[in-house]
Design a protein around this ligand. Structure first.
Ligand code: NAD
Ligand code: GLY
Length: 359
């Protein structure tokens, strides 16, 4: 088992990565000491992994909140269901919320934990690759609004992250590829060596070789933990974690959070950001080709979903959280392994680039 520390002073916490973590009762009791526990999960994950988790709480007063599955349920309605459950069961400030699921459950549960009685403990048990390499780490919690992705939320760090790699066996290929998009992101934004490793080892990763997987998850979490340590509340540097997200989020909102997984939208968004970086003279053709071929190899979409309307997508981009005083800032690439945030781009080139990616 590997342990990575997210170093944030009194809000520091460990990320445990390995096999059989879900059945490690000792590890659970070491970190979860409260008597009132609410496990939040969804209808797809519950039949797969709830039993494993429940075994760690035999004899404790734990409750279950099982939500419908999917990004379209990352809403204030689901948030309300969690809060109502806590109130009905008279949970108090010493309770612990456990998020068992992908990024949707993690973001929702974290947001509920940040609000309930002004903040209670929460634990992340990420069950998708995307959640293990990204959403469970760093304390961004949120729900979506029909007009914008993750628009209602809070920065609120978990108490501990338990990443059990064996749960990834039940992910279908599409969900697995969506997770690889965020893995590739770390290579692109700040870790060229990791990008080169990914180019060489992408086949093993796609085949879910456990050694390759553990290395990729660990390396991703190390990168994320470093960025979060440097700029927890995203005053500037943390924005690089959003490479491709301005486009991706706008696509997801245009599709009403249906049809595409978050990682698919991000994968396509990173390709658009790379093309824009090339057009602006930062990346050369060879670098762009390497990025494109890695994303293609993983099976991520090369074009924007056919149901996305260009004008709608452009409108949606304007509510991006990286906008400052009404000016949209974009994350671009200077090189493979070097991302930066800028408002210094031409609107014309931006529009032409997006149009090239329409179906
Ligand atoms: P998701 O939570 O919807 O999970 C994808 C699908 O996999 C769902 O159907 C889910 O039920 C299913 N699933 C989960 N674990 C499974 C397992 N082990 N076996 C089989 N099926 C399983 O989506 P996601 O890709 O995990 O996360 C996307 C969400 O994360 C988005 O809402 C995005 O905004 C958010 N996100 C947040 C951050 C952050 O920093 N907080 C970072 C990246 C993404
Ligand atoms: N996934 C973006 C962030 O954590 O900042």
């Amino acid at each position: 088992m590997k342990t990575i520390k997210v170093d944030l002073g009194e809000r520091s916490y460990p990320i445990y990565i390995g096999d059989s973590i879900l059945s490690n009762k000792e590890l659970f009791s070491q970190h979860i000491t409260g008597k009132q526990i609410l496990i939040v999960t969804n209808e797809k994950v519950a039949p797969l992994y709830l039993k494993n988790i429940e075994q760690n709480f035999v004899g404790s007063n734990y409750e279950l909140c099982i939500l419908p599955d999917g990004e379209s349920h990352k809403t204030l309605d689901s948030f309300d269901r969690i809060i109502t459950h806590l109130m009905e069961k008279k949970f108090n400030r010493t309770c612990t919320l456990i998020a068992l699921g992908g990024g949707v459950i993690g973001d929702l549960t974290g947001f509920a934990a940040s609000c309930y009685q002004r903040g209670v403990k929460f634990v992340q048990i990420p069950t998708t690759l995307l959640a293990q390499v990204d959403s469970s780490v760093g304390g961004k919690t949120a729900v979506n609004h029909p007009l914008g992705k993750n628009m209602i939320g809070a920065f609120y760090q978990p108490h501990v992250v338990f990443s059990d790699i064996s749960v990834l066996d039940t992910l279908d290929d599409r969900e697995f590829s969506a997770g690889l998009a965020e893995v590739i992101k770390y290579g692109l934004i700040r870790d060229e060596e990791f990008f080169c490793w990914l180019e060489k080892n992408i086949k093993s990763l796609i085949e879910r070789n456990s050694q390759a997987l553990e290395f990729a998850i660990e390396r991703s979490c190390i990168n994320k933990a470093e960025v979060v340590r440097m700029d927890e509340k995203e005053t500037n540097y943390r924005a690089i974690l959003n490479l491709g997200h301005t486009f991706g989020h706008a696509i997801e909102t245009s599709l009403s959070y249906k049809k595409w997984l978050h990682g698919e939208a991000v994968g396509c968004g990173m390709l658009i950001a790379s093309e824009l970086s090339k057009k602006m003279g930062f990346l050369d053709q060879d670098q762009f080709n390497r990025i494109q071929s890695l994303l293609e190899c993983v099976g991520l979409p090369k074009k924007i979903h056919k149901d996305v309307d260009y004008n709608q997508m452009f409108e949606n981009m304007k509510v991006d959280k990286k906008s400052r005083d009404g000016i949209l800032h974009l994350v671009l690439l200077k090189n493979i392994g070097e991302a930066f945030l800028t408002s210094d781009y031409s609107d014309e080139i931006l529009k032409t680039t997006i149009k090239e990616f329409l179906c």
